[in-house]
Design a binder for this molecule. Structure first.
Ligand code: NAP
Ligand code: MG
Length: 505
Protein backbone atom coordinates (compact mmCIF):
# COMPACT_ATOMS: atom_id res chain seq x y z
CA UNK A 1 0.00 0.00 0.00
CA UNK A 2 1.09 3.53 -0.67
CA UNK A 3 1.60 4.92 2.85
CA UNK A 4 0.57 8.39 1.69
CA UNK A 5 -3.00 7.11 1.31
CA UNK A 6 -3.19 7.19 5.09
CA UNK A 7 -3.38 10.77 6.30
CA UNK A 8 -2.02 9.74 9.70
CA UNK A 9 1.17 8.03 10.78
CA UNK A 10 0.58 4.48 11.88
CA UNK A 11 2.32 1.74 13.84
CA UNK A 12 4.92 -0.10 11.69
CA UNK A 13 3.00 -3.36 11.98
CA UNK A 14 -0.12 -1.65 10.65
CA UNK A 15 1.76 -0.24 7.66
CA UNK A 16 3.25 -3.67 6.90
CA UNK A 17 -0.08 -5.42 7.38
CA UNK A 18 -1.89 -3.07 5.00
CA UNK A 19 0.80 -3.38 2.34
CA UNK A 20 0.11 -7.07 1.68
CA UNK A 21 -2.97 -8.55 0.02
CA UNK A 22 -4.78 -10.32 2.82
CA UNK A 23 -5.36 -14.04 2.36
CA UNK A 24 -7.77 -16.58 3.80
CA UNK A 25 -6.64 -18.62 6.81
CA UNK A 26 -7.46 -22.28 6.26
CA UNK A 27 -5.99 -25.28 8.09
CA UNK A 28 -3.14 -23.20 9.53
CA UNK A 29 -2.07 -21.72 6.16
CA UNK A 30 -2.61 -18.34 4.49
CA UNK A 31 -4.11 -19.07 1.08
CA UNK A 32 -5.67 -17.20 -1.84
CA UNK A 33 -9.33 -17.76 -2.57
CA UNK A 34 -9.79 -20.60 -5.06
CA UNK A 35 -11.32 -18.26 -7.63
CA UNK A 36 -8.55 -15.71 -7.04
CA UNK A 37 -11.10 -12.98 -6.38
CA UNK A 38 -10.42 -10.05 -4.08
CA UNK A 39 -12.31 -7.10 -2.63
CA UNK A 40 -11.19 -3.70 -1.44
CA UNK A 41 -11.41 -2.28 2.04
CA UNK A 42 -11.75 1.49 2.46
CA UNK A 43 -11.04 4.06 5.14
CA UNK A 44 -14.55 5.41 5.84
CA UNK A 45 -13.08 8.81 6.76
CA UNK A 46 -11.77 9.32 3.23
CA UNK A 47 -13.43 6.70 1.05
CA UNK A 48 -9.94 5.68 -0.10
CA UNK A 49 -8.84 2.09 -0.45
CA UNK A 50 -6.54 0.95 2.37
CA UNK A 51 -6.35 -2.82 1.85
CA UNK A 52 -7.15 -5.68 -0.49
CA UNK A 53 -8.60 -8.92 0.87
CA UNK A 54 -9.30 -12.32 -0.64
CA UNK A 55 -12.95 -12.85 -1.45
CA UNK A 56 -13.83 -16.34 -0.26
CA UNK A 57 -16.79 -18.22 -1.72
CA UNK A 58 -18.41 -21.63 -1.46
CA UNK A 59 -15.34 -23.69 -2.42
CA UNK A 60 -13.20 -21.84 0.14
CA UNK A 61 -15.88 -22.35 2.79
CA UNK A 62 -15.89 -26.06 1.91
CA UNK A 63 -12.12 -26.25 2.46
CA UNK A 64 -12.34 -24.32 5.73
CA UNK A 65 -15.20 -26.46 7.03
CA UNK A 66 -13.31 -29.64 6.05
CA UNK A 67 -10.28 -28.41 7.99
CA UNK A 68 -12.38 -27.50 11.03
CA UNK A 69 -14.26 -30.81 10.79
CA UNK A 70 -11.00 -32.78 10.70
CA UNK A 71 -9.57 -30.82 13.63
CA UNK A 72 -12.73 -31.51 15.61
CA UNK A 73 -13.26 -35.15 14.68
CA UNK A 74 -9.60 -36.04 15.29
CA UNK A 75 -9.98 -34.52 18.76
CA UNK A 76 -6.92 -32.37 18.07
CA UNK A 77 -8.33 -29.55 20.17
CA UNK A 78 -10.75 -31.39 22.44
CA UNK A 79 -8.04 -33.74 23.73
CA UNK A 80 -5.98 -30.86 25.12
CA UNK A 81 -6.67 -30.93 28.88
CA UNK A 82 -9.04 -28.15 30.00
CA UNK A 83 -6.38 -26.39 32.08
CA UNK A 84 -4.03 -26.24 29.08
CA UNK A 85 -6.85 -25.11 26.80
CA UNK A 86 -7.67 -22.38 29.31
CA UNK A 87 -4.05 -21.21 29.29
CA UNK A 88 -4.12 -20.91 25.49
CA UNK A 89 -7.35 -18.90 25.58
CA UNK A 90 -5.85 -16.66 28.30
CA UNK A 91 -2.71 -16.23 26.20
CA UNK A 92 -4.80 -14.84 23.33
CA UNK A 93 -6.08 -12.17 25.74
CA UNK A 94 -2.50 -11.25 26.64
CA UNK A 95 -1.48 -11.14 22.95
CA UNK A 96 -4.34 -8.75 22.23
CA UNK A 97 -3.18 -6.42 25.01
CA UNK A 98 0.40 -6.54 23.74
CA UNK A 99 -0.84 -5.40 20.32
CA UNK A 100 -3.27 -2.75 21.58
CA UNK A 101 -1.87 0.15 19.58
CA UNK A 102 -1.92 -1.56 16.21
CA UNK A 103 -5.28 -3.27 16.74
CA UNK A 104 -6.81 0.08 17.80
CA UNK A 105 -5.37 1.80 14.73
CA UNK A 106 -6.61 -0.91 12.38
CA UNK A 107 -10.05 -0.73 13.96
CA UNK A 108 -10.15 3.03 13.58
CA UNK A 109 -8.95 2.94 9.96
CA UNK A 110 -11.32 0.15 9.03
CA UNK A 111 -14.46 1.09 10.95
CA UNK A 112 -14.01 4.84 11.45
CA UNK A 113 -14.30 4.90 15.23
CA UNK A 114 -12.02 7.21 17.26
CA UNK A 115 -8.69 5.47 17.83
CA UNK A 116 -8.61 6.18 21.58
CA UNK A 117 -12.05 4.61 22.02
CA UNK A 118 -10.98 1.62 19.93
CA UNK A 119 -8.08 1.09 22.34
CA UNK A 120 -9.92 1.77 25.58
CA UNK A 121 -13.15 -0.04 24.72
CA UNK A 122 -12.89 -2.42 21.77
CA UNK A 123 -9.40 -3.80 22.39
CA UNK A 124 -9.68 -3.82 26.20
CA UNK A 125 -13.04 -5.63 26.16
CA UNK A 126 -11.68 -8.10 23.59
CA UNK A 127 -8.71 -9.19 25.70
CA UNK A 128 -10.93 -9.28 28.77
CA UNK A 129 -13.41 -11.78 27.34
CA UNK A 130 -10.63 -14.19 26.38
CA UNK A 131 -9.40 -14.09 29.98
CA UNK A 132 -12.93 -14.39 31.38
CA UNK A 133 -13.65 -17.42 29.17
CA UNK A 134 -10.26 -19.02 29.91
CA UNK A 135 -11.39 -19.61 33.50
CA UNK A 136 -14.43 -21.55 32.29
CA UNK A 137 -12.35 -24.13 30.42
CA UNK A 138 -11.91 -26.10 33.67
CA UNK A 139 -15.49 -25.57 34.82
CA UNK A 140 -17.67 -26.95 32.03
CA UNK A 141 -19.36 -29.49 34.22
CA UNK A 142 -22.22 -31.95 34.17
CA UNK A 143 -24.28 -33.11 37.13
CA UNK A 144 -25.09 -36.36 38.88
CA UNK A 145 -28.83 -36.90 38.89
CA UNK A 146 -30.74 -39.30 41.16
CA UNK A 147 -33.33 -41.21 39.12
CA UNK A 148 -36.27 -43.42 40.09
CA UNK A 149 -37.55 -45.38 37.11
CA UNK A 150 -41.10 -46.61 37.81
CA UNK A 151 -40.91 -49.63 35.47
CA UNK A 152 -37.66 -51.03 36.97
CA UNK A 153 -38.30 -50.60 40.69
CA UNK A 154 -35.60 -53.11 41.73
CA UNK A 155 -32.78 -51.60 39.68
CA UNK A 156 -30.21 -49.11 40.84
CA UNK A 157 -28.74 -46.60 38.45
CA UNK A 158 -26.01 -44.01 38.40
CA UNK A 159 -26.91 -41.14 36.05
CA UNK A 160 -24.85 -38.15 35.14
CA UNK A 161 -24.63 -35.50 32.44
CA UNK A 162 -21.69 -34.41 30.31
CA UNK A 163 -21.33 -31.09 28.55
CA UNK A 164 -19.54 -31.69 25.27
CA UNK A 165 -18.46 -29.21 22.58
CA UNK A 166 -21.18 -28.70 19.95
CA UNK A 167 -18.65 -29.34 17.15
CA UNK A 168 -17.72 -27.20 14.15
CA UNK A 169 -19.08 -23.68 14.47
CA UNK A 170 -19.61 -21.11 11.73
CA UNK A 171 -19.40 -17.57 13.07
CA UNK A 172 -20.61 -14.60 11.05
CA UNK A 173 -19.93 -11.15 12.47
CA UNK A 174 -20.78 -7.50 11.67
CA UNK A 175 -18.76 -4.33 11.22
CA UNK A 176 -19.74 -2.18 14.20
CA UNK A 177 -17.31 -3.77 16.69
CA UNK A 178 -15.20 -5.95 14.39
CA UNK A 179 -12.53 -7.10 16.86
CA UNK A 180 -14.86 -7.35 19.82
CA UNK A 181 -17.42 -9.41 17.91
CA UNK A 182 -14.63 -11.76 16.83
CA UNK A 183 -13.48 -11.96 20.46
CA UNK A 184 -16.99 -12.67 21.83
CA UNK A 185 -17.37 -15.50 19.35
CA UNK A 186 -13.87 -17.04 19.23
CA UNK A 187 -13.25 -16.99 23.00
CA UNK A 188 -16.24 -19.14 23.91
CA UNK A 189 -15.87 -21.54 20.97
CA UNK A 190 -12.22 -22.24 21.82
CA UNK A 191 -13.02 -22.58 25.53
CA UNK A 192 -15.81 -25.06 24.84
CA UNK A 193 -13.53 -27.18 22.61
CA UNK A 194 -15.19 -26.32 19.30
CA UNK A 195 -13.42 -25.69 16.00
CA UNK A 196 -14.23 -22.61 13.99
CA UNK A 197 -14.82 -21.01 10.62
CA UNK A 198 -15.11 -17.24 11.09
CA UNK A 199 -16.56 -14.90 8.43
CA UNK A 200 -15.85 -11.23 9.23
CA UNK A 201 -17.88 -8.39 7.69
CA UNK A 202 -16.74 -7.30 4.23
CA UNK A 203 -16.52 -3.67 5.41
CA UNK A 204 -14.20 -4.44 8.35
CA UNK A 205 -12.18 -7.65 8.02
CA UNK A 206 -8.82 -6.23 9.11
CA UNK A 207 -8.67 -6.57 12.89
CA UNK A 208 -9.91 -10.17 12.83
CA UNK A 209 -7.26 -10.99 10.20
CA UNK A 210 -4.52 -9.29 12.22
CA UNK A 211 -5.65 -11.12 15.36
CA UNK A 212 -5.48 -14.37 13.41
CA UNK A 213 -1.94 -13.51 12.28
CA UNK A 214 -0.95 -12.82 15.87
CA UNK A 215 -2.43 -16.14 17.03
CA UNK A 216 -0.82 -17.98 14.11
CA UNK A 217 2.59 -16.42 14.77
CA UNK A 218 2.36 -17.47 18.43
CA UNK A 219 1.88 -21.10 17.26
CA UNK A 220 -0.61 -21.83 20.03
CA UNK A 221 -3.51 -23.46 18.16
CA UNK A 222 -3.38 -26.82 16.39
CA UNK A 223 -3.99 -26.54 12.66
CA UNK A 224 -7.61 -26.41 11.52
CA UNK A 225 -8.97 -25.28 14.90
CA UNK A 226 -9.40 -21.69 13.68
CA UNK A 227 -10.17 -20.84 10.05
CA UNK A 228 -11.02 -17.37 8.75
CA UNK A 229 -12.70 -16.80 5.39
CA UNK A 230 -13.23 -13.19 4.40
CA UNK A 231 -15.70 -12.34 1.66
CA UNK A 232 -19.19 -11.14 0.96
CA UNK A 233 -22.21 -12.23 2.96
CA UNK A 234 -24.08 -13.81 0.09
CA UNK A 235 -20.95 -15.56 -1.28
CA UNK A 236 -19.10 -16.70 1.86
CA UNK A 237 -21.61 -16.23 4.72
CA UNK A 238 -24.53 -18.02 3.07
CA UNK A 239 -22.66 -21.28 2.25
CA UNK A 240 -21.23 -21.31 5.78
CA UNK A 241 -24.70 -20.97 7.33
CA UNK A 242 -26.02 -23.73 5.03
CA UNK A 243 -23.07 -26.13 5.25
CA UNK A 244 -24.13 -29.67 6.20
CA UNK A 245 -20.92 -30.33 8.17
CA UNK A 246 -21.26 -27.28 10.38
CA UNK A 247 -22.93 -28.10 13.72
CA UNK A 248 -23.77 -24.59 14.83
CA UNK A 249 -23.93 -21.12 13.36
CA UNK A 250 -23.55 -18.01 15.51
CA UNK A 251 -24.56 -14.75 13.87
CA UNK A 252 -24.52 -11.09 14.83
CA UNK A 253 -26.02 -8.54 12.44
CA UNK A 254 -29.33 -7.44 11.03
CA UNK A 255 -32.64 -9.10 11.88
CA UNK A 256 -33.27 -9.49 8.14
CA UNK A 257 -30.10 -11.56 7.58
CA UNK A 258 -30.68 -13.35 10.90
CA UNK A 259 -33.89 -14.74 9.41
CA UNK A 260 -31.99 -15.92 6.31
CA UNK A 261 -29.45 -17.65 8.56
CA UNK A 262 -32.18 -19.64 10.32
CA UNK A 263 -33.55 -20.75 6.96
CA UNK A 264 -30.09 -21.76 5.72
CA UNK A 265 -29.42 -23.62 8.97
CA UNK A 266 -32.59 -25.69 8.63
CA UNK A 267 -30.98 -28.02 6.06
CA UNK A 268 -29.11 -29.99 8.73
CA UNK A 269 -30.93 -28.42 11.70
CA UNK A 270 -27.69 -26.94 12.94
CA UNK A 271 -27.93 -25.05 16.22
CA UNK A 272 -28.42 -21.30 15.75
CA UNK A 273 -27.68 -18.33 17.96
CA UNK A 274 -28.54 -14.83 16.79
CA UNK A 275 -27.70 -11.41 18.18
CA UNK A 276 -29.69 -8.96 16.09
CA UNK A 277 -30.97 -5.43 15.93
CA UNK A 278 -32.73 -3.22 18.43
CA UNK A 279 -34.71 -0.05 18.99
CA UNK A 280 -33.94 0.44 22.63
CA UNK A 281 -35.76 2.97 24.82
CA UNK A 282 -34.10 5.33 27.29
CA UNK A 283 -36.78 6.16 29.86
CA UNK A 284 -36.23 9.17 32.12
CA UNK A 285 -38.43 9.88 35.15
CA UNK A 286 -38.82 13.34 36.67
CA UNK A 287 -37.12 12.19 39.89
CA UNK A 288 -33.93 11.17 38.05
CA UNK A 289 -30.60 12.93 38.42
CA UNK A 290 -31.44 14.86 35.27
CA UNK A 291 -27.91 15.98 34.44
CA UNK A 292 -26.63 12.40 34.68
CA UNK A 293 -29.59 11.20 32.63
CA UNK A 294 -28.91 13.78 29.92
CA UNK A 295 -25.26 12.75 29.66
CA UNK A 296 -26.21 9.07 29.80
CA UNK A 297 -28.95 9.33 27.19
CA UNK A 298 -26.64 11.24 24.83
CA UNK A 299 -23.94 8.61 25.17
CA UNK A 300 -26.56 5.85 24.82
CA UNK A 301 -27.34 6.99 21.27
CA UNK A 302 -24.12 8.65 20.12
CA UNK A 303 -21.52 6.10 21.33
CA UNK A 304 -19.99 4.34 18.30
CA UNK A 305 -21.92 6.80 16.08
CA UNK A 306 -25.17 5.08 16.98
CA UNK A 307 -23.89 1.92 15.30
CA UNK A 308 -24.73 -0.20 18.34
CA UNK A 309 -27.38 -2.88 18.38
CA UNK A 310 -28.37 -1.63 21.87
CA UNK A 311 -28.19 2.10 21.05
CA UNK A 312 -30.71 4.11 23.09
CA UNK A 313 -32.47 5.35 19.97
CA UNK A 314 -35.92 6.08 21.47
CA UNK A 315 -35.87 8.69 24.21
CA UNK A 316 -38.90 8.67 26.50
CA UNK A 317 -38.69 11.52 29.02
CA UNK A 318 -41.46 12.58 31.39
CA UNK A 319 -43.22 15.74 30.23
CA UNK A 320 -42.11 17.64 33.35
CA UNK A 321 -38.47 17.36 32.34
CA UNK A 322 -38.77 16.68 28.61
CA UNK A 323 -37.71 20.13 27.42
CA UNK A 324 -34.71 20.24 29.73
CA UNK A 325 -33.62 16.73 28.71
CA UNK A 326 -34.12 17.30 24.97
CA UNK A 327 -32.27 20.61 25.16
CA UNK A 328 -29.41 19.10 27.20
CA UNK A 329 -28.93 16.18 24.80
CA UNK A 330 -29.12 18.52 21.80
CA UNK A 331 -26.43 20.73 23.32
CA UNK A 332 -24.15 17.72 23.79
CA UNK A 333 -24.93 16.59 20.21
CA UNK A 334 -24.04 19.98 18.78
CA UNK A 335 -20.71 20.02 20.62
CA UNK A 336 -19.54 16.55 19.55
CA UNK A 337 -16.51 16.92 17.29
CA UNK A 338 -17.07 14.89 14.13
CA UNK A 339 -14.02 13.91 12.11
CA UNK A 340 -11.66 11.10 11.09
CA UNK A 341 -11.23 8.44 13.77
CA UNK A 342 -7.44 8.63 13.53
CA UNK A 343 -7.50 12.34 14.47
CA UNK A 344 -7.05 12.22 18.25
CA UNK A 345 -9.35 15.22 18.78
CA UNK A 346 -12.27 13.44 17.07
CA UNK A 347 -15.20 12.41 19.26
CA UNK A 348 -17.36 10.87 16.53
CA UNK A 349 -15.99 9.34 13.35
CA UNK A 350 -17.64 8.64 9.99
CA UNK A 351 -20.25 5.94 9.47
CA UNK A 352 -18.75 2.69 8.25
CA UNK A 353 -19.74 2.81 4.60
CA UNK A 354 -21.52 4.70 1.87
CA UNK A 355 -24.39 2.20 2.25
CA UNK A 356 -24.82 3.19 5.92
CA UNK A 357 -24.43 6.87 5.03
CA UNK A 358 -27.23 6.60 2.47
CA UNK A 359 -29.41 4.63 4.85
CA UNK A 360 -28.98 6.99 7.81
CA UNK A 361 -29.25 10.21 5.79
CA UNK A 362 -32.36 8.73 4.17
CA UNK A 363 -33.89 8.25 7.64
CA UNK A 364 -33.06 11.86 8.54
CA UNK A 365 -34.94 13.02 5.45
CA UNK A 366 -37.85 10.68 6.17
CA UNK A 367 -38.03 11.98 9.76
CA UNK A 368 -38.19 15.54 8.47
CA UNK A 369 -40.88 14.81 5.91
CA UNK A 370 -42.94 12.85 8.47
CA UNK A 371 -43.10 15.99 10.62
CA UNK A 372 -40.22 15.42 13.05
CA UNK A 373 -38.55 18.54 14.43
CA UNK A 374 -34.78 18.64 14.33
CA UNK A 375 -33.34 19.95 17.59
CA UNK A 376 -29.71 19.21 16.71
CA UNK A 377 -27.70 17.93 13.75
CA UNK A 378 -29.65 16.75 10.74
CA UNK A 379 -26.53 17.40 8.67
CA UNK A 380 -24.59 14.88 6.68
CA UNK A 381 -21.67 15.26 4.32
CA UNK A 382 -19.79 12.91 2.03
CA UNK A 383 -18.45 15.59 -0.31
CA UNK A 384 -14.83 14.71 0.47
CA UNK A 385 -15.26 10.95 0.37
CA UNK A 386 -15.86 10.32 4.10
CA UNK A 387 -19.27 9.20 5.37
CA UNK A 388 -19.98 11.86 8.00
CA UNK A 389 -23.37 12.21 9.69
CA UNK A 390 -23.75 14.70 12.54
CA UNK A 391 -25.39 13.65 15.81
CA UNK A 392 -29.07 14.33 15.32
CA UNK A 393 -31.98 14.78 17.73
CA UNK A 394 -35.59 14.64 16.56
CA UNK A 395 -38.54 15.86 18.66
CA UNK A 396 -42.23 15.72 17.69
CA UNK A 397 -41.91 12.07 16.83
CA UNK A 398 -44.59 9.40 17.22
CA UNK A 399 -44.83 5.64 17.17
CA UNK A 400 -46.03 5.53 13.55
CA UNK A 401 -42.94 7.15 12.04
CA UNK A 402 -40.31 4.99 10.32
CA UNK A 403 -37.55 6.69 12.34
CA UNK A 404 -39.25 5.51 15.54
CA UNK A 405 -40.16 2.02 14.35
CA UNK A 406 -37.07 0.96 12.40
CA UNK A 407 -33.46 0.45 13.41
CA UNK A 408 -31.50 3.38 11.93
CA UNK A 409 -28.07 2.25 13.18
CA UNK A 410 -26.72 5.77 13.13
CA UNK A 411 -26.48 8.80 15.47
CA UNK A 412 -30.17 9.70 15.32
CA UNK A 413 -32.30 10.05 18.44
CA UNK A 414 -36.11 10.15 18.43
CA UNK A 415 -37.48 11.93 21.50
CA UNK A 416 -41.00 11.65 22.88
CA UNK A 417 -42.49 12.89 26.18
CA UNK A 418 -44.69 10.71 28.36
CA UNK A 419 -47.21 11.94 30.92
CA UNK A 420 -48.30 8.73 32.55
CA UNK A 421 -47.28 7.62 36.02
CA UNK A 422 -48.69 4.14 35.41
CA UNK A 423 -45.73 1.80 34.94
CA UNK A 424 -47.78 -0.66 32.88
CA UNK A 425 -48.56 2.06 30.34
CA UNK A 426 -44.95 3.23 30.27
CA UNK A 427 -43.81 -0.36 29.76
CA UNK A 428 -46.39 -0.81 27.00
CA UNK A 429 -44.95 2.18 25.14
CA UNK A 430 -41.37 1.00 25.76
CA UNK A 431 -42.29 -2.48 24.48
CA UNK A 432 -44.07 -1.13 21.41
CA UNK A 433 -41.42 -2.48 19.01
CA UNK A 434 -40.60 -5.75 17.30
CA UNK A 435 -37.21 -5.64 19.01
CA UNK A 436 -36.26 -6.48 22.59
CA UNK A 437 -32.55 -6.02 23.02
CA UNK A 438 -32.04 -3.39 25.73
CA UNK A 439 -33.47 -0.44 27.65
CA UNK A 440 -32.35 2.03 30.27
CA UNK A 441 -34.40 3.45 33.11
CA UNK A 442 -33.37 6.65 34.85
CA UNK A 443 -34.92 7.24 38.28
CA UNK A 444 -33.81 7.70 41.88
CA UNK A 445 -36.81 5.72 43.10
CA UNK A 446 -35.62 2.14 43.44
CA UNK A 447 -39.15 0.73 43.37
CA UNK A 448 -39.99 2.51 40.11
CA UNK A 449 -36.73 1.43 38.53
CA UNK A 450 -36.87 -2.24 39.56
CA UNK A 451 -40.58 -2.62 38.85
CA UNK A 452 -40.18 -1.17 35.37
CA UNK A 453 -37.10 -3.33 34.71
CA UNK A 454 -39.31 -6.35 35.35
CA UNK A 455 -41.94 -5.17 32.86
CA UNK A 456 -39.62 -4.43 29.95
CA UNK A 457 -39.37 -7.19 27.35
CA UNK A 458 -35.64 -6.93 26.62
CA UNK A 459 -32.51 -8.97 27.28
CA UNK A 460 -30.75 -6.13 29.12
CA UNK A 461 -32.12 -3.36 31.31
CA UNK A 462 -29.71 -0.74 32.64
CA UNK A 463 -30.75 1.44 35.58
CA UNK A 464 -29.12 4.88 35.76
CA UNK A 465 -26.59 3.81 33.12
CA UNK A 466 -26.53 2.55 29.51
CA UNK A 467 -24.04 0.56 27.42
CA UNK A 468 -22.39 -1.08 30.42
CA UNK A 469 -20.86 -4.34 29.21
CA UNK A 470 -18.90 -7.00 30.99
CA UNK A 471 -17.68 -10.39 29.86
CA UNK A 472 -19.55 -11.99 32.75
CA UNK A 473 -22.97 -10.52 31.86
CA UNK A 474 -25.15 -12.40 29.36
CA UNK A 475 -26.21 -10.25 26.41
CA UNK A 476 -28.88 -10.94 23.80
CA UNK A 477 -32.42 -10.25 22.77
CA UNK A 478 -36.09 -10.98 23.27
CA UNK A 479 -38.45 -11.00 20.29
CA UNK A 480 -36.79 -10.15 16.92
CA UNK A 481 -33.55 -9.14 18.63
CA UNK A 482 -32.33 -12.70 18.59
CA UNK A 483 -31.97 -16.19 19.99
CA UNK A 484 -29.67 -17.11 22.85
CA UNK A 485 -27.13 -15.08 24.75
CA UNK A 486 -23.53 -14.02 24.20
CA UNK A 487 -21.04 -13.77 27.09
CA UNK A 488 -21.36 -14.84 30.71
CA UNK A 489 -21.47 -18.55 31.49
CA UNK A 490 -24.83 -18.64 29.71
CA UNK A 491 -23.13 -18.59 26.29
CA UNK A 492 -21.39 -21.88 27.06
CA UNK A 493 -24.79 -23.56 26.70
CA UNK A 494 -24.91 -22.39 23.09
CA UNK A 495 -21.54 -24.02 22.39
CA UNK A 496 -22.10 -27.33 24.18
CA UNK A 497 -24.36 -30.34 23.83
CA UNK A 498 -25.70 -32.05 26.93
CA UNK A 499 -25.38 -35.83 27.16
CA UNK A 500 -27.15 -37.95 29.79
CA UNK A 501 -25.33 -41.17 30.72
CA UNK A 502 -27.07 -43.85 32.76
CA UNK A 503 -25.27 -46.86 34.27
CA UNK A 504 -27.16 -49.88 35.52
CA UNK A 505 -25.42 -50.70 38.77
P1 NAP B 1 -25.77 -7.77 7.79
O1 NAP B 1 -26.03 -7.84 6.34
O2 NAP B 1 -26.71 -8.43 8.71
O3 NAP B 1 -24.27 -8.31 8.01
C1 NAP B 1 -23.81 -9.03 9.13
C2 NAP B 1 -22.94 -10.18 8.66
O4 NAP B 1 -23.72 -11.11 7.92
C3 NAP B 1 -21.82 -9.75 7.74
O5 NAP B 1 -20.68 -10.56 7.97
C4 NAP B 1 -22.44 -10.04 6.38
O6 NAP B 1 -21.48 -10.19 5.37
C5 NAP B 1 -23.14 -11.33 6.64
N1 NAP B 1 -24.20 -11.65 5.68
C6 NAP B 1 -24.91 -10.83 4.88
N2 NAP B 1 -25.79 -11.52 4.14
C7 NAP B 1 -25.65 -12.81 4.48
C8 NAP B 1 -26.29 -14.02 4.07
N3 NAP B 1 -27.27 -14.04 3.15
N4 NAP B 1 -25.89 -15.18 4.65
C9 NAP B 1 -24.92 -15.19 5.56
N5 NAP B 1 -24.27 -14.09 5.99
C10 NAP B 1 -24.64 -12.91 5.46
O7 NAP B 1 -25.63 -6.28 8.23
P2 NAP B 1 -25.19 -5.05 7.30
O8 NAP B 1 -25.76 -5.22 5.92
O9 NAP B 1 -23.77 -4.92 7.40
O10 NAP B 1 -25.97 -3.89 8.02
C11 NAP B 1 -27.34 -3.74 7.74
C12 NAP B 1 -28.07 -3.36 9.00
O11 NAP B 1 -27.93 -4.37 9.98
C13 NAP B 1 -27.53 -2.14 9.69
O12 NAP B 1 -27.99 -0.98 9.11
C14 NAP B 1 -28.03 -2.35 11.07
O13 NAP B 1 -29.37 -1.94 11.15
C15 NAP B 1 -27.97 -3.84 11.26
N6 NAP B 1 -26.77 -4.28 12.00
C16 NAP B 1 -26.94 -4.77 13.24
C17 NAP B 1 -25.83 -5.18 13.96
C18 NAP B 1 -25.96 -5.71 15.36
O14 NAP B 1 -24.99 -5.73 16.09
N7 NAP B 1 -27.12 -6.16 15.76
C19 NAP B 1 -24.56 -5.09 13.41
C20 NAP B 1 -24.42 -4.62 12.11
C21 NAP B 1 -25.54 -4.23 11.42
P3 NAP B 1 -21.03 -8.91 4.52
O15 NAP B 1 -20.71 -7.84 5.48
O16 NAP B 1 -19.88 -9.42 3.84
O17 NAP B 1 -22.20 -8.61 3.64
MG1 MG C 1 -25.72 -6.72 4.45
Amino acid sequence: MDASILNYSVNDNVAKFLSQTKKLYINGDWVDSKAGKTFEVEDPATGKKIATCSAGAEEDINLAVTAARKAFDSNRWGSIPPNERGKIVWKIGDLIDEHTEELAQLESLDNGKPVAIAGAADVALSSDIFRYMAGWATKIEGETIPISVPYTPEAQYHSYTLREPVGVVGQIIPWNFPLLMAAWKLSVALTAGCTIVLKPAEQTPLSALRLTEIINDAGILPEGVLNVVTGLGEEAGAPLAAHPHVDKVAFTGSTEVGKLITQAAAGNLKKVSLELGGKSPTIIFPDADVDAAIAGAASAIFFNHGQCCCAGSRLMAHEKIFDKVAEGISKIASNIKVGPGMDTSTEMGPLVSNEQFQKVSGYIESGKSDGGEILAGGKYDNSEGGHFVHPTVFAKTNADMSIVKEEIFGPVLCAQPFSDQDLDKIAEAANNTNYGLAASVWSKDISTAHKLAGKIRAGTVWINCHNIFDASLPFGGYKESGWGREMGHEVLHAYTELKAVTVNL
